[in-house]
Design a protein around this ligand. Structure first.
Ligand SMILES: [Fe+2]
Length: 273
C-alpha cells in the first residue's frame, strides 16, 4: 500500500491523501481522502498512471469536500463518508459503518472509525499493512486529531464528545501508529504546547526545527502516537506543570480535577490561541 500525503497550499494548510496498492498488475481501488483541489489530485494520479475509484470525506466541512465535484466529473468516482453526512455532502453514494474494513491490496486495508466531536459526521481511517509479521499502522484523522493538537468544536461539534473520541480511540492506538491529519497546524500547535508546558523539551526541539522556515515547512515527517504522547497536551492531561499553569486561568482546576475537565479547559484556551 502507498499513502501519498499531499500538501495543498490552501489558506487552511489542508492535506489531501491518495491511497493505492503498489501491485499494479491487478486492478485495485484508488482512494482520495479529503480532496481540496481536484486538478492537483488529477495531475498527481496521471503522473502515476492511476485512475481514481473512490473519494472518502472524513467529514462534511467545505475544505474537506471542495475537490469532490471535479473528481466525480473526471473519474466518475464514488463518494463515501459517515452515514450522518447524508444530505450534507452532495452526491454521497454510501455511508461507512464503524468497524467496516475496506480492501486496499492483498496486504492492506482501512478500518473505519466513528470519531465524533469536531462534527457528528466524522470518520477516521485506520490503515493496516502487514509486512514481515508486523502490522504497520497509520490513522487518517481529518479534523479530529492533529499533530500536537485536536480539532475545534465550534462548527457543529461538542468538546465533551471530542474528549471521548480522543481518550477512548486515539489514546489507545499502538505507539507506532503514524498520524495523518487534515491540516498542517504543527507549528501553531507546538507554540500552544510550549505556552502551557514550558519545560516540554521534545516540543521545544521540534518547534525550533520548524521555526526557521515556517510557513513553508510543510514536508515534515509524520509523527507517531508515541511522539504525540510527548508533545500533544490533549494526551498529557495528567501533567503537573500543565495543571498548575491552567489553574491560573481556571481557578477551579486542581491536581485532582478529572482529565475531562482539563481537556475542556485546554480546548477553550486553544479556541483563542
Ligand atoms: Fe473541519
Amino acid at each position: 500500500m502507498i499513502c501519498d500525503r499531499i500538501f495543498t497550499n490552501s489558506p487552511l494548510r489542508n492535506f489531501s491523501y491518495i491511497i493505492y496498492s503498489e501491485d499494479n498488475k491487478k486492478p485495485h481501488n484508488v482512494y482520495c481522502i479529503d480532496p481540496w483541489d481536484s486538478q492537483q489530485i488529477i495531475s498527481h494520479l496521471e503522473k502515476r498512471g492511476l485512475k481514481l475509484s473512490h473519494i472518502i470525506n472524513t467529514h462534511e466541512h467545505f475544505d474537506h469536500i471542495r475537490g469532490n465535484d471535479g473528481l466525480v466529473e473526471f473519474y466518475n468516482a464514488k463518494i463515501w463518508a459517515h452515514p450522518n453526512a447524508e444530505g450534507l455532502i452532495p452526491n454521497m453514494d454510501r455511508g461507512l459503518q464503524a468497524g467496516e474494513k475496506i480492501h486496499i491490496s492483498n496486504a492492506s486495508y482501512f478500518e473505519v472509525m466513528d470519531t465524533p466531536g469536531h462534527t457528528f459526521a466524522h470518520i477516521s481511517l485506520l490503515l493496516h499493512q502487514k509486512e514481515h509479521n508486523n502490522n504497520k499502522l497509520a490513522v487518517i484523522c481529518g479534523d479530529t486529531f492533529f499533530n500536537a493538537g485536536v480539532g475545534r468544536c465550534d462548527s457543529g461539534g461538542d468538546p465533551n464528545i471530542l474528549y471521548e473520541s480522543i481518550s477512548e480511540q486515539f489514546n489507545s492506538l499502538a505507539d507506532h501508529t503514524y498520524i495523518y491529519p487534515g491540516h498542517d497546524y504543527m507549528y501553531n500547535n507546538l507554540g500552544f504546547t510550549l505556552k502551557y508546558e514550558k519545560n516540554n523539551q521534545h516540543a521545544r526541539e521540534i518547534f525550533k526545527k520548524y521555526e526557521k522556515d515556517f510557513p513553508s515547512s510543510n514536508q515534515y515527517q509524520p509523527t507517531t502516537i508515541a511522539i504525540e504522547r510527548k508533545i500533544n497536551l490533549f494526551l498529557r492531561l495528567h501533567i503537573t506543570e500543565l495543571r498548575l499553569e491552567l489553574a491560573q486561568y481556571f481557578p477551579n482546576l486542581s491536581q485532582n480535577s478529572s482529565d475531562r475537565e482539563v481537556f475542556l479547559a485546554l480546548r477553550q484556551l486553544r479556541n483563542t490561541w
